[in-house]
Design a protein around this ligand. Structure first.
Ligand SMILES: Nc1ncnc2c1ncn2[C@@H]1O[C@H](COP(=O)(O)OP(=O)(O)OP(=O)(O)O)[C@@H](O)[C@H]1O
Ligand code: SF4
Ligand SMILES: [Mg+2]
Length: 325
């Protein structure tokens, strides 16, 4: 069954300089307990996509069209109150900066207990107990004692664990994680990512993980969507996309990450140029100005998503795995 269905989503921000189309006709699906990675360079629309999919983008400052359905419920048309009722209970988000999600003075146990009590049937004492259990689940040592700590008394990794405990306190079905480990050192990052995997396996939570790190997405997701300038460049099962990247931007992105494997002694190749200005994106394929394989057609005609096999789709007129001629 489908947990999250995004159909033909367009998000635009009118600005004094013109209209920024941050998300451009994006469609994606995710099943219960599945993990989807959304990757792409800075400014490709990853955060706007995730925030809009959980109902956080405000209409007015933004123009939104298309559809987002979470567990059978269409969310874009919901009132502010309707969306607030959804947050925590159905969907939750873990941000890059855990301090933004935590209150500076309230002890962390009390904050988590408050999140647990969004379910009105849970009594106060039960919620406090559950808060300590959640701290144990996310791997906080001496959880009962730590529950009395305040956010600033914890390390960055611990804070992110607490933010995750808060996010899952209301037992959401769907968790958005926007660069959840970018600010953390590598070992802490690995432990947090393992924790996400566990939450998926044990609680059947679906996870949308936004990351600029292809390596993280390769190891910790089932499906991947590569975004470029607001559009889906390629998507599909992560193994298939990694084995055979086809849109030239995906190939370039993969060639840009250092290989740690001794048998692949290739040096990372940075992608030349920079992503387009979304106020005036190039017509046709938006990657064309940076692509070594671009032809006249690429400069005028927008490539549509074409299926390669088993749900692996790419948008490219001249697909292939080499990033450089
Ligand atoms: N409120 C806003 N008003 C105007 N433009 C916006 C607004 N929010 C986002 N944008 C623009 O939308 C585009 C996509 O932004 P977004 O934050 O989704 O990128 P991202 O892929 O998450 O990048 P990063 O990796 O740096 O986090 C950017 O060009 C950004 O400047
Ligand atoms: S459509 Fe053309 S410009 Fe775009 S990635 Fe493919 S080859 Fe390159
Ligand atoms: Mg972002």
């Amino acid at each position: 069954m489908t947990l999250l269905s995004i159909r033909d989503l367009v998000v635009e921000f009118p600005t004094p300089a013109g209209v920024v189309r941050a998300v451009d006709h994006v469609s994606l699906e995710l099943g219960f307990g599945e993990r989807l990675g959304v990757v792409g360079e800075s400014g490709s629309g990853k955060s706007v996509l995730a925030r809009t999919a959980m109902g956080l983008t405000r209409k007015g400052p933004a123009r939104i069209s298309g559809e987002v359905v979470i567990d059978g419920r269409s969310i874009l048309g919901l009132s502010e109150r309707g969306r607030r009722a959804l947050w925590g209970r159905e969907v939750a988000m873990v941000f890059q900066d855990p301090l933004s999600a935590l209150h500076p003075i309230t002890p962390i146990g009390a904050q988590i207990a408050e999140a647990v009590r969004r379910d009105p049937s849970v009594k106060k004492e039960q919620a406090a107990k559950r808060a300590v259990e959640l701290l144990e689940i996310v791997g906080i040592p001496q959880a009962a004692r730590r529950a009395k700590s305040r956010a600033h008394e914890l390390s960055g990794g611990m804070r992110q664990r607490v933010a995750i405990a808060m996010a899952v306190a209301g037992r959401p079905k769907l968790l958005f994680a926007d660069e959840p480990t970018t600010a953390l050192d590598v070992t802490v990052q690995a432990r947090i990512l393992d924790l996400f995997d566990e939450l998926c396996r044990e609680f059947g939570i679906g996870i949308v993980m936004v990351s600029h790190d292809l390596g993280v997405v390769g190891r910790h997701t089932d499906h991947v969507a590569v975004m470029y300038a607001g559009r889906i460049a390629e998507r599909g099962p992560v193994k298939a996309v990694f084995a055979r990247p086809s849109m030239r931007y995906t190939s370039a992105l993969m060639a840009a990450i250092p290989s740690h494997r001794a048998e692949r002694q290739t040096l990372p190749k940075p992608i030349p140029g920079s992503p387009p200005n979304l106020l005036a994106p190039p017509p046709g394929c938006r990657f064309a100005p940076r692509c070594a394989f671009a032809t006249d057609r690429c400069g005028t005609e927008q490539p549509t998503l074409t299926e390669l096999s088993g749900g692996h789709e790419y948008a490219c007129w001249h697909p292939g795995q080499e990033a450089v001629r």
